[in-house]
Each structure stands twice: as structure tokens, then as C-alpha cells.
Design a protein around this ligand. Structure first.
Ligand SMILES: [Zn+2]
Length: 307
């Protein structure tokens, strides 16, 4: 029997991965991985590989994709992008946009907004209602958890140790945009995702308890956690370039009063260092700006020739 060669699907996956590689390395990369796949497939046809051939081929292609992505986006470049000011905002906006597409333009949010807009005015007399209107329950089921979640978020912001006066306007604009985007993503996931989940639950009791009550509690907890994360993320950002600070070093100890536990962080570009207080009662975080002469040192350290 003449050897057939690797299946078309795997060769296609390798060819596709080769386009992820940078131009200068593409030809050599493709030759190396295609030859590897051919050699490996010969072994599979001879029966020298004990595991299922297709599963091994899939693993081989996964390795090729990981290698191509590594070549295209070096770890440092990837970390550089992940630490940038726009990454969390971009993730949150993408989540909102995806949820909007999947829910045909925020169907549930529009429906609840419509119910609020067209709600009948409250009766002036205190006579009990003769007709029960379930629309009021729907609005309350969404607005009550939302109100509670917003209240918790406001409380978290009030007790947060974000330096209100010391931070520049750039920090605040970034913080407000990021927090609004992340909170909007959590709200949209709860409204649209929760409704989609309830639509597939058959049992009414489970739908009300699991899809309604438990999900509302999870939403309130998630909203609080998201807000807390936004505050914590902002504390760890450089006030000049808004990038996440790097190179954490722990100083002091939890038991010491004179030298409390703090984490020292540095801006990778050389704008300054931050002494982040780990305990609640040890005062605000301390930012020390470095002058321009330090920046040269950081630039030299991060240049490719220095590595
Ligand atoms: Zn910086």
C-alpha cells in the first residue's frame, strides 16, 4: 500500500498557522512543521504509534499553532499589550458587543426599559389593585438586584483607598471608563445571559429559584467583585502612562508596626515606583516619581539588544 500522506485537514491547519508567522520566518517554519507532520504520519501508518492517530495529529497541529503564535507575538509583546491601559476596557466592550449580537440587540434590556417607560402611574387612592399586573414583578425582579448591586459598588468606591486628589485627570478618566465598561458587561451578561439560561430550564420551580434568585445573588456578588477588581487594578497602575506596574517586591512584615507589609512596584517605562500598602490601616499608597535620567536606564534594559 502506498502511503497516503497526512490528511488534508491537518495540512490545511498547518498552512493556516503559517500565515500567523512573521513574513521572514514563514517559509522555513512551514517546511519544518510540514516535514514533521509527514514523518510523524508515516509512523502512524506503520502502526508504531499506539494512541489514536487523529488525536495525536490534532495535538501536533495545536503545537504548531502555539509555536506560530509565539513567533508572531513574543511573550514580552503579549505582556506589554496585556499591561496596557486599554486591554481591560477592550475586553469589557467586546463582551458587551458579543452579548448584543447574540441577544439580537439587547432584547431583554430593551423590553425591561419599555416596561419602565410605559408603566401606569401610581394610584392616588390606597385601594388595593383589582387586576394583578405581572409586568411590575418583571421590572422589580431586575431593578431590585440592580439597585442593591449599585449601592454596594458605591460603598466599595467610598471605602476604597484611591488617592482622589493626588491622581491626575488621566487616571480618573481611565478609571471611570474601565469601571463603567466592566460593570456594563456584568449587567448585560446578567440580563441577556440570565434570560437565555432561564429559557432552557424546563422546571418552573428551578427556573424561579436557580435562574432567578440564585442568578440575582450571583449578579450582585459579581458586580461587587468586578468593582473591587477595577479599584485594585487602578491602584496598581502608573499614574503617568496608566500601564500596570511591574516587578513586585514584598517589603516589611504583617506583624511589624514600624515596617508594615508593603509591595514595591515599578513602572516598566521608568516613570516611578509605588509603595502599595497591604494593610488597611497603614495609610495611603506612596508614589515616588523618578526623573528623566532613570528612563534611559529602563529603555536600555527593555531593548532587544540588552536581552
Ligand atoms: Zn509609567
Amino acid at each position: 500500500m502506498t502511503p497516503q500522506g497526512p490528511p488534508m485537514a491537518y495540512r490545511f491547519l498547518l498552512r493556516l498557522a503559517s500565515f500567523v508567522c512573521p513574513d521572514h520566518a514563514r517559509a522555513a517554519w512551514r517546511q519544518q512543521w510540514e516535514s514533521g507532520l509527514r514523518d510523524w504520519w508515516i509512523l502512524a501508518e506503520r502502526g508504531e504509534l499506539t494512541n489514536e492517530a487523529s488525536a495525536l495529529a490534532a495535538r501536533f497541529c495545536r503545537g504548531a499553532w502555539a509555536d506560530a503564535l509565539e513567533l508572531r507575538f513574543r511573550r514580552e509583546q503579549l505582556l506589554h499589550a496585556l499591561r496596557g491601559p486599554w486591554f481591560p476596557i477592550l475586553c469589557a466592550v467586546s463582551t458587551v458587543a458579543t452579548a448584543g449580537l447574540l441577544s439580537h440587540g439587547f432584547q431583554v434590556i430593551r423590553r425591561v426599559a419599555g416596561l419602565i417607560r410605559h408603566a401606569p402611574p401610581l394610584p392616588l387612592n390606597l385601594r388595593p389593585h383589582i387586576h394583578y399586573d405581572p409586568r411590575g414583578d418583571i421590572v422589580a425582579a431586575y431593578l431590585a438586584p440592580l439597585g442593591l448591586a449599585l449601592l454596594i459598588a458605591v460603598m466599595l468606591l467610598v471605602i476604597s483607598r484611591l488617592p482622589v486628589r493626588a491622581s491626575g485627570w488621566r487616571t480618573w478618566v481611565h478609571f471611570v471608563l474601565k469601571t463603567l465598561a466592566v460593570q456594563a458587561a456584568v449587567i448585560v451578561l446578567w440580563f441577556e445571559g440570565g434570560s437565555a439560561l432561564r429559557s432552557v430550564i424546563q422546571s418552573e420551580a428551578l427556573r424561579i429559584l436557580g435562574g432567578g434568585l440564585v442568578l440575582a445573588i450571583l449578579f450582585i456578588a459579581g458586580f461587587g467583585a468586578a468593582t473591587r477588581w477595577c479599584i485594585s487594578d487602578q491602584r496598581r497602575r502608573c499614574p503617568v502612562c496608566l500601564r500596570l506596574l511591574d516587578m513586585p517586591v514584598s517589603v516589611g512584615s504583617w506583624g511589624s508596626v514600624f515596617e508594615p507589609a508593603t509591595t514595591e512596584l515599578l513602572c516598566a517605562v521608568g516613570h516611578g515606583s509605588l509603595s502599595l500598602s497591604e494593610r488597611d490601616n497603614t495609610g495611603p499608597d506612596r508614589w515616588t516619581a523618578l526623573d528623566a535620567s532613570w528612563r534611559e536606564l529602563f529603555e536600555n534594559a527593555s531593548s532587544p539588544e540588552a536581552r
